[in-house]
Design a binder for this molecule. Structure first.
Ligand SMILES: *[C@@H]1O[C@H](CO)[C@@H](O)[C@H](O)[C@H]1NC(C)=O
Ligand SMILES: *[C@@H]1O[C@H](CO)[C@@H](O)[C@H](O)[C@H]1NC(C)=O
Length: 322
């Protein structure tokens, strides 16, 4: 009798967990037929040939043939109209270079939040006469956009410095979602604990040589891609890569603390294993010769470049008074 009860209890508990996980996630995404996803209706993608990886993995959160797409609550797409933006980044410094990709393992945090937005990203950019071509991805807390204070996997792209094109995630048509459980907009289930367990994402972007599409990967598995047709200049490569944090409206950066004095990675927000793909499609660890630290307000937001470890620690509590 006792055994039976506990079995029933544990079964109940199991189903309860499954059910709540499902219900919780349902708020954030819907499953859409891979071949009917909204991005494919973008006027520039009329003749786009869908790129399918040789062994498409099935997403476990959607039925076969379908992919998860963020449901958005709020169209607040005001990437342009931002006051009090601060950043601390490590950038490539030779804009004459051609970059075909970038990657890093970056820690995920959910600091006590105030202000408008905090973002930790890898930026891929190419300056162009009609505006900046860019792809940006990483994690963000943006209550106005997401309707909560959670840490979300977040991407952005634009073909003109967010003047007329581009947006967050899949709010506008552009990003092609693949068969992955990770999708732009997804909240992270787990975040790092100060001085304890660190949760990190292993993210990379690679420009696919034959197609020119920019492929976003999570631990080597394809999340999705930005077709080359979306961009006027990124089709042949990027001229700048940046890694680091950006805050809007007095928000904290990273874990909300300055990097630990000894750069202890359990107490600092970080990017490690930082790499870039060069003009010859060779994957290289970042090197001191190539990189420059950009911290306009180091008294508010710091960044330490640990040169021989291809690592940065960064962050700060915000807001930045002056
Ligand atoms: C986010 O956090 C702030 C400060 O803790 C709180 O005032 C606000 O209500 C929270 N917003 C949401 C949507 O949870
Ligand atoms: C990140 O993912 C890549 C591709 O799968 C893999 O080669 C690399 O070892 C991973 N790095 C870490 C630190 O897990």
């Amino acid at each position: 009798m006792h055994l039976q009860n506990s079995m029933i209890l544990s079964l109940f508990f199991f189903f309860y967990l499954v059910a709540t996980t499902h219900a919780k996630d349902d708020q954030f995404f819907e499953c859409v037929d891979f071949y009917k996803q909204p991005s494919l209706q973008h006027p520039l993608l009329k003749h786009h040939k869908l790129q399918i990886m040789s062994s498409p993995r099935r997403s476990t959160i959607c039925p076969r043939g379908m992919v998860p797409i963020q449901k958005f609550r709020n169209n607040a797409n005001n990437l342009n109209a931002q006051v009090a933006v601060n950043h601390a980044t490590l950038d490539t410094k030779f804009a004459s270079e051609k970059y075909h990709g970038a990657s890093a393992v970056l820690s995920i945090h959910n600091p006590t939040f105030s202000g408008k937005a905090t973002r930790s990203n890898i930026w891929i950019e190419k300056g162009a006469p009609q505006g900046l071509n860019c792809i940006i991805f990483g994690w963000a807390i943006e209550p106005k956009f997401y309707g909560d204070n959670k840490t979300h996997f977040t991407t952005y792209w634009s073909n003109d410095g967010f003047y007329k094109t581009g947006c967050y995630n899949t709010v506008c048509k552009g990003f092609i979602q693949h068969f992955s459980d990770l999708y732009p907009g997804k909240p992270f289930d787990q975040v790092s604990t100060y001085g304890g367990r660190q949760v990190a994402a292993n993210l990379s972007i690679i420009r696919d040589g034959p197609t020119g599409n920019w492929m976003l990967m999570n631990s080597g598995a394809l999340v999705g891609y930005w077709p080359k047709e979306l961009f006027s200049h990124l089709g042949l490569g990027a001229d700048t890569i940046r890694y680091g944090g950006l805050t809007v409206g007095g928000a904290p950066m990273g874990n909300g603390k300055f990097p630990d004095k000894g750069n202890d990675l359990s107490k600092s927000s970080y990017f490690k294993d930082m790499k870039y793909v060069d003009a010859n499609f060779k994957n290289n660890p970042i090197s001191e010769l190539e990189m420059i630290v950009d911290t306009p307000k180091p008294y508010c937001f710091r960044l330490n470049y640990l040169k021989d470890q291809q690592t940065i620690t960064y962050g700060g509590p915000g807001p930045c008074p002056y």
